[in-house]
Design a binder for this molecule. Structure first.
Ligand code: ADP
Length: 296
């Protein structure tokens, strides 16, 4: 089939990562390892996942007018992403995540949203031709509420499948929840919304809850819940596991796959991701995932 067209709406960040002997205490100054500068941000991770896994991606986001933003956009272009709507924001820094990783694998993360906090409803509406052509819309929540709502509404108004990865978890009004085709919370996020049953009562049609190394559960109205186990791999970095999972689902569903088939593909893609370091650098390609699944 021809490449499915996916509109991805969400955040673009640069992760500044330092290994530390322990998470710093209040007032403590620590010497860490060398700085790693890694492309991240949930929206951008999902856009890169969709592109590497076979989608034609239009990414809608805001970066600052600084080198982090410029380098991020260059990275998206290398992955073949349409960046016409990755908007530069004068006088505003790009989104940055300051991440300390301890020797025991604990994280301490401070996110400075920067330009992500300036993404507006008008920015989403300006991309209406991309919504017209899309086979699926994928939205995550590290951006202002107005932009989230506009993205869901634009997809719904055109009868397109609207996938929402509710990360970080935040309140969504019932009229927005009712327009979501598929929600992909992790366990913590599902709990934030009061559980899968509560979400269904609010009108979310289908929910795929991810359970980390255990796998995921598909719950659709009127159907028996289906547990899909994760693949056994040796994990080195679980950052962007959920983003890879959601991106993979969007591509497969836009190609017309059944939901269980799409979830198996997403499980394979995210299993490969966790065997590699970094957010965007660790996201696998379609060929790698197909090769991996063929030998399972
Ligand atoms: P998030 O990153 O959003 O918290 P999860 O941790 O639930 O999401 O991971 C998303 C998916 O990634 C899981 O459903 C699973 O398929 C896969 N995954 C995550 N961790 C592992 C792991 N250690 N081994 C294999 N697959 C994993």
């Amino acid at each position: 089939m021809s490449q499915p067209r996916i509109v991805v709406v969400g955040s673009a960040n640069t992760d500044l990562v330092v290994a530390v002997p322990h998470i710093p205490l209040p007032g403590e100054t620590l010497l860490g390892g060398d700085l790693s500068v890694v492309a991240g941000g949930k929206g951008a991770n999902q856009a890169v996942a969709c592109a590497r896994l076979g989608g034609h991606v239009t990414f809608i986001a805001r970066v600052g007018d600084d080198t982090y933003g410029e380098n991020s956009v260059r990275g998206y272009e290398k992955d073949g992403i349409d960046t016409r709507f990755v908007l530069s924001t004068p006088g505003t820094p790009s989104g940055v995540a300051l991440i300390a990783v301890s020797a025991t694998g604990e994280n301490s993360i401070v996110v400075a949203p920067g330009a992500n906090a300036r993404l507006t409803r008008a920015d989403i509406l300006a991309a209406s031709d991309a919504f017209d052509q899309a086979d699926a819309i994928l939205v995550s929540l590290e951006i202002p509420a107005d932009a989230i709502f506009a993205a869901v509404e634009e997809g719904f108004a055109r009868g397109k499948p609207v996938l929402v990865n509710p990360a970080p978890a935040r309140l969504l009004p019932p009229e927005i929840l009712a327009k979501i085709t598929l929600l992909t919370p992790n366990e913590t996020e599902a709990g934030f919304y009061g559980g899968v049953e509560a979400l269904q009562q609010l009108g979310v049609k289908t929910i795929v809850t991810t359970l980390g190394a255990r796998g995921s559960v598909i719950v659709s109205l009127g159907a028996t819940p289906l547990f899909v186990p994760a693949f056994e791999v040796s994990a080195v970095d679980t950052v962007a596991a959920g983003d890879t999972f959601s991106g993979a689902l969007a591509v497969k569903l836009a190609e017309g796959a059944s939901l269980p088939d799409a979830v198996r593909f997403a499980s394979g893609a995210s299993a490969l991701k966790v065997t590699r370091h970094g957010a965007q650098p660790g996201i696998p390609t379609r060929a790698e995932v197909e090769q991996f699944l063929a030998v399972q």
